[in-house]
Design a protein around this ligand. Sequence first.
Ligand SMILES: [Zn+2]
Length: 143
Amino acid sequence: MTCPKCNAVIKDGSNFCSKCGAKCNTVATNNSKPNEQQQKNEKHGTFIIPLIISIIGGLITYLSVFHDAFGGASGFMAVVGAIILFGGVISLAKALGMSDEEINDAIEKAEERQQKEKDIKEANRIWNDAQRDYDRYNHSIKK
Ligand SMILES: [Zn+2]
């Protein structure tokens, strides 16, 4: 192995460099491993909470929309659930290391997709109206 300070080749397993006396890596690496583990655990912890929030928000929305679980307040609870879900997903994305820019991009894309779906629905509605008019027209000619 080599000394981390002066790069001199020293005996494997030495605690101190035989040339410069610096502390060597057997101790250093052992110390750095728990830190990495700790950092991972901290990251783990920060993404568990947003995950739980997302699940709760999703569950409230799901129960409101598909099971009418909150009676007359289900419409309101669906919105509340969606807001909780939205906040949870953004926190989750941040906890997983997404930058604000990436999150904004993702939101923009989701909005674009929603707009496209709306456009398609609108086009479908116009198409159906036109077809109904056409049918009515055909019908009136036959009479
Ligand atoms: Zn050394």
